[in-house]
Design a protein around this ligand. Sequence first.
Ligand code: FES
Length: 101
Amino acid sequence: MTNVRVAATDEIAEGKGKELDVKGIKIALFNVRGKYYAIEALCRHQDGSLAPGRTQGEIVECPLHSWHYNLTTGKLIDYVDGVNLLTYPVKVEGNQVYIDI
Ligand code: FES
C-alpha cells in the first residue's frame, strides 16, 4: 500500500463527495461532519458514480437508482446481500487528506 495525498480538506464541503482517479482506480472521497471516507466510486448496480450521491451520516445513496452503501464498510445495505465496495484508510494531516491504496 502507498500513502497518497488526494485532496485538501477545504475541497470537499461537509456532506459532499468528490471523485478521484488514484493510480487508475476511481475512488469517491466523502466529508461527513469533518471525517473523511474513501470508497470505490462506482456503484455495483450499473456503475453510477457515488461521488455526487447524497449522504446521511455514514450512508451514501447512489444518485442513479438509490442503492445505499455504508461508507465505513463499503457494504450495500439494501436490495442485494453480499455486495461490498472496497474502502480505503484515510488520514488527515493538517489540511491535507491522504489515502492508503
Ligand atoms: S447505478 Fe447505482 S443504484 Fe443503479
